[in-house]
Design a protein around this ligand. Sequence first.
Ligand code: 4NP
Length: 158
Amino acid sequence: MQKILFVCLGNICRSPTAEGVMRSLVAAQGRQDEFFLDSAGTGDWHVGQAPDRRAQAACRRAGIDISSHRARRVRPEDFQKFDLILACDRENLRDLRAMMPEGSGARLAMLRDYSTETPGADVPDPYYGGDAGFDETVQICLQACEQLLRQCQEKNGD
Ligand code: 4NP
């Protein structure tokens, strides 16, 4: 079982999109039993809220339903519970490093480190932009998560 947590700032745009995209890729391969996926935010402004309507719509255009997610903040126990915690941007990564309790088992990385073309790149924050930015977020997440899934499979030896 691979336990992966996707993290952004508000947990209403990028990280629920990344979680939804990964969930759909995993489901397409019938591998739901092999993954435990979740998302969270480093901030708490939107805790309890559904994903931003524009993120929901962009995901829906890609055939992905993220409407049931509710925003939550990263918790100290996440660093024990998850094997891999993937930050959407470098500010999220910096905040995660600051929150990580000593001796935690989780590995921290940037989501786009898994796109061979874009190691270290941010998933740009679409919150203050237009609808096109939300479609771009979906495409970025698809590209990164396809490669993430492939690497998880290689690690499992199949
Ligand atoms: P997210 O986007 O981090 O991708 O969920 C944002 C959501 C809310 C805010 C900023 C970014 N905000 O400032 O409230």
